[in-house]
Design a binder for this molecule. Structure first.
Ligand SMILES: C[S@@+](CC[C@H](N)C(=O)[O-])C[C@H]1O[C@@H](n2cnc3c(N)ncnc32)[C@H](O)[C@@H]1O
Length: 418
């Protein structure tokens, strides 16, 4: 009978790990070693394209030949990722002689170390060993991963750095995360954004964030509805900045949840600067922006081979002749590619007239996507010359994205997304 393995977390930063073999097993093992900061020496006559790319990028040292004993010089760990049992046994014997732990892909029972099935949740790593049965380990790992992702995180993983420090009685400084919530479908938030949301003490949410995300917050989370803050737009922004800073300085972990991506017409930069000025640390989690997702949800790729080699995202919240406008509509009219206009419904007649006046064809295909990726999504297809009138007739309303360009019809032969 063999004894139970003794679990350890290896801290491999800058430490030499030798990987023998350049095939499928090595391709799966190497990324986690690199992620742990290991100094990877890969010994193999040939590499898979994925490993080759890492070698070319200087992320690991590749020795393009078969294994030689001196490869183990200075190693802390060896991973044998070859299926030739005689060669594997010889590497493993040499490793044992030098007291270097050795993981073997070909024969787990002959190995001196096993790699666990792993799931990572921010700073938390859960590693599962299945008593020599990798499938059992993976099944247990999957169950734990689901539990952590869906339910356990809100209860158990509240960020320690934003909780009162019970031992000292003091409070540690809080922090802010600017999180992109995606365009509307609650499933389009990123995994990281979702995790931080489940860890928040305070959530400051915009009008356009998916309601279902807020529905799942813990009952003790303070929810600040940023769209209900009174005063004009700039005063409201100052107020929001102040709330972020005040709550964080009081020790809370504040998630500022914003529609789409925080840095695409989201004023995320202003909030970051306000926090930085107050010494509050900020994490930015990008989101799926409506400028790409809304066209996609309507079956429109913003680029398509042979159709559009560029796409430009522009705000239409100011009319083209408004003195404060920063947009060169005349220059945009000269582009051949895709134009995506956010916040453009109110000024659509003036915008389309300006583009046509500066040379863009009135026949250019156009589409408007309202409330994209939600159950109430509406899509209108038209042309540059007619879209403004069509929007009025169809009574389309914000939030909506306008797409102009040949990409609008690029997938007409193919299936539309459901
Ligand atoms: C203040 S901007 C914020 C954009 C956001 N940061 C992003 O990356 O999607 C608001 C505009 O985004 C667009 N928008 C946001 N969500 C949308 C959706 N689900 N469907 C259509 N347009 C949307 C509309 O043009 C809306 O007026």
């Amino acid at each position: 009978m063999t004894s139970n393995p003794y679990p350890l977390g290896l801290r491999l930063d800058g430490r030499r790990v030798v990987v023998v073999g350049g095939g499928a097993v090595a391709t799966r093992r190497v990324p986690a070693l690199l992620d742990a900061g290991a100094d990877v020496l890969l010994v193999a006559p040939e590499l898979t394209p994925a490993l080759r790319a890492r070698a070319d990028a200087g992320r690991l040292h590749w020795v393009p030949r078969r294994f030689a004993p001196e490869d183990l010089d200075g190693a802390w760990l060896v991973q044998v990722a070859i299926d030739d049992p005689i060669a594997a046994a010889s590497v493993s014997a040499l490793a044992a002689e030098r007291r270097i732990f050795c993981v073997r892909a070909d024969d787990r029972s002959a190995a001196t170390a096993w790699t666990p099935a792993v799931t990572r949740h921010g700073p938390v790593t859960v590693a599962v060993l299945g008593g020599g049965d990798p499938r059992r380990a993976m099944t247990v790992r999957d169950a734990i991963r689901d539990l952590l992702a869906v339910r356990l995180a809100p209860e158990s993983s509240a960020p320690t750095q934003s909780r009162p420090d019970a031992a000292t009685g003091g409070r540690q400084a809080g922090r802010v995360a600017l999180v992109g919530a995606g365009p509307g479908d609650p499933e389009l938030i990123t995994v990281k954004g979702w995790r931080l949301l489940t860890e928040a003490d305070v959530v400051v949410a915009d009008r356009l964030v998916p309601g279902l995300l807020l529905d799942e917050l813990r009952p003790d989370v303070e929810l600040v509805d940023a769209s209900k803050i009174p005063y004009g737009p700039s005063r409201a922004q100052e107020e929001i900045n102040q709330i972020l800073v005040d709550r964080a300085l009081a020790g809370a972990f504040v998630v500022r949840l914003k529609g789409g991506d925080p840095y695409v017409f989201g004023r995320g930069g202003e909030e970051l600067l306000a926090c930085a000025a107050a010494g509050v640390p900020v994490t930015v989690v990008p989101g799926v922006t409506s400028s790409i997702a809304a066209p996609a949800a309507a079956g429109i790729p913003v680029t398509h081979r042979g159709v559009a080699h560029e796409f430009t995202v522009v705000s239409g919240h100011l009319a083209p002749d408004a003195p404060a406008s920063l947009v060169r509509w005349d220059a945009l009219a000269g582009l051949h590619g895709t134009l995506v206009i956010l916040m453009g419904l109110k000024n659509l007649a003036a915008i389309t007239a300006t583009l046509i006046a500066h040379g863009r064809s009135p026949e250019t295909p156009a589409a408007v996507v309202q409330e994209a990726t939600t159950g109430t999504q509406r899509v209108l297809r038209s042309t540059l010359g007619e879209v403004a009138a069509a929007v009025l007739t169809a009574d389309l309303r914000p939030p909506a994205v306008v797409v102009l360009g040949d990409v609008v019809n690029a997938l007409d032969e193919g299936p539309r997304p459901s």
